[in-house]
Design a protein around this ligand. Structure first.
Ligand code: ADP
Length: 500
């Protein structure tokens, strides 16, 4: 029977192989449910502005129910062995991989990113499930040499308890599994609140988790729109049954959640905004730097927190780098994400578009030179032309704030010290990129940059095997790699006495 809350408009081109993946309800305690109030909110395709789904607009009581379901499921889940949990996670991984085309189509419909990029993200998302299915078995403790002959001391690692995961719209699947997979593998249960712009990918992943055999209540998904998100967030942060808040999103919301979580002293894992520097030294291979610049700036239309935000180019190679970069940028294809050849989709919403407009106007008013783009795209809606600005100075908004759009501002520098000073002159510290063929400089600059991820002669660094997170106001904690499961574990020392 067709579901009246799901529209087929987003999937005209290619119907889904498994229509069941498109859910129109939230998941609580293993049951697909509406909001108690009956309220709904719209999910919109950013490429067409058409409504593709109406989902439960949940509030405080629904959230309490989800937390209670997670708490109830917790005692059985944590009592299972890591191997048993790993087997279920591995089944989930297999299903995600098997349904990658459907999951990518859903993501493109709600997020806008080109289909090929969406498929890449689905596999990236799957990789976290695979990795943590194994890593859960390796949450080793310690045996500590005793400080007294009648005692022995061991250190255990135990699941922290109910986790609230709040995820953003720019990676609608990747951020879900980067949080849920380690949490579940560690023995925690989860209440997931996906972003209001992109909840369908999260629900599809949850449907596959159900199909994999995850017990009811182990993974719950609360959907909510812009009106009730603060209420839901408040409940997640203040409810004493929740032991950890794991959030990826803006620094402003991250600070707000951390303040709220302080009341019950919840652990927090925060991956927040960034303003990644991209430094091109005069000894760099410029073709490598140009290809990496395009990748690191324009993936997801520039809407990721690890995207390069500020380009610093050494004066002697500035003009040639700019010329080559503009040539490459002109090859990008702005089109709806489900059209063949699309490499740049729409921005997520009007606010995002207005921010990009404001940044580009400010830069031009303060003397920046437009080398490419610089305006809304002829396709209308929230499409924006890939833009390159030259003669940018660090007082402009494009350097002071996160643009979160397809805009590359090029700043000139003379010395290595000057580049490092400008690169670090930000409250953020998530990622940094630089290009050099000098080995000593590579080490020096890598050590000097104040950020959690540094890529040398590369435009990306994402993998399930590595820790990602921020220095300074870019966050707390790390996700990915063997470090990524630590945030879901409590450490307990056990002292055994009376051993005479
Ligand atoms: P952006 O500005 O890029 O949209 P946000 O930080 O607003 O990033 O959003 C990231 C996530 O945080 C989304 O899931 C969003 O719904 C959620 N969010 C926004 N405000 C709150 C809040 N007050 N409490 C809890 N979650 C929130």
């Amino acid at each position: 029977m067709p579901d009246s809350n799901i529209s087929s408009v987003g999937f005209r081109r290619r119907p889904l192989a498994q229509p069941r993946l498109l859910r129109s309800q939230a998941l609580i305690g293993g049951a697909w449910v509406d909001a108690r109030s009956g309220r709904q909110f719209d999910v919109v395709d950013p490429a067409t502005r058409e409504v593709i789904a109406r989902l439960p607009d949940m509030g405080r009581e629904d959230t309490q129910q989800a937390i209670a379901a997670a708490e109830r499921a917790g005692s059985d889940w944590r009592a299972r062995t890591a191997k048993e949990r790993g087997i279920l996670l591995r089944r989930w991984f297999d299903l995600v991989v098997a349904h990658q085309d459907d999951l990518a189509a859903i993501m493109t419909a709600e997020q806008g990113k080109p289909l090929a990029e969406a498929k890449g993200e689905v596999l990236f998302a799957a990789s976290f499930i695979d990795w943590y299915a194994e890593e859960g078995k390796r949450t080793y403790g310690d045996v500590i040499p005793t400080y007294s002959n009648d005692r022995r001391i061991v250190v255990l690692k135990q699941p922290i308890g109910v986790v609230a995961a709040i995820t953003p719209w720019n990676f609608p699947s990747g951020m879900v599994t980067r949080k849920c997979a380690p949490a579940l593998a560690a023995g925690c249960t989860v209440v997931l609140k996906p972003a209001e712009d992109t909840p369908l990918s999260a629900l599809a992943l949850a449907e596959l988790a159900q199909q994999a055999g995850l017990p009811p209540g182990v993974l719950n998904v609360v959907t909510t729109g812009p009106d009730l998100v603060a209420e839901v967030g408040d409940e997640l942060c203040q409810n004493p049954a929740v032991k950890k808040i794991s959030f990826t999103g803006s620094t402003a919301v991250g600070k707000h959640l951390m303040r709220q979580a302080a009341a019950t002293m919840k652990k927090v894992g925060l991956e927040l905004g960034g303003s990644a520097p991209f430094i091109v030294f005069d000894d760099a291979d410029l073709d490598v730097a140009v290809a990496a610049a395009v990748n690191s700036k324009f993936r997801a239309s520039g809407q990721t927190c690890t995207c390069s935000n500020r380009f610093f180019v050494q004066a002697s190679v500035y003009e040639i780098f700019a010329r080559k970069f503009v040539q490459a940028v002109k090859q990008l294809c702005v089109a709806p994400g489900n059209e063949p050849g699309s490499t740049i989709g729409p921005l997520i919403n009007r606010q995002a578009l207005e921010k990009v407009d404001a940044h580009v106007e400010d830069a031009q008013r303060l003397g920046a030179r437009l080398l490419a783009g610089g305006r809304r795209h002829a396709l209308g809606g929230t499409f924006y032309e890939p833009t390159v600005l030259a003669d940018v100075t660090t007082d402009m908004l494009v350097c002071r704030e996160e643009t979160f759009g397809p805009v590359a501002p090029l700043v000139r520098f003379d010395t290595e010290a000057e580049a490092i000073r400008m690169a670090n002159d930000t409250r953020y510290g998530l990622a940094g990129y630089f290009f050099t063929r000098d080995l000593a400089r590579a080490w020096r600059v890598a050590e000097e940059l104040d950020c959690g991820s540094v890529a040398i002669n590369e435009g990306s660094f994402s993998s399930e095997t590595v820790p990602v997170g921020g220095f300074k106001e870019s966050g707390i904690g790390r996700e990915g790699g063997h470090h990524g499961i630590e945030g879901y574990l409590e450490i307990k020392q056990v002292c055994i006495g009376g051993l005479r």
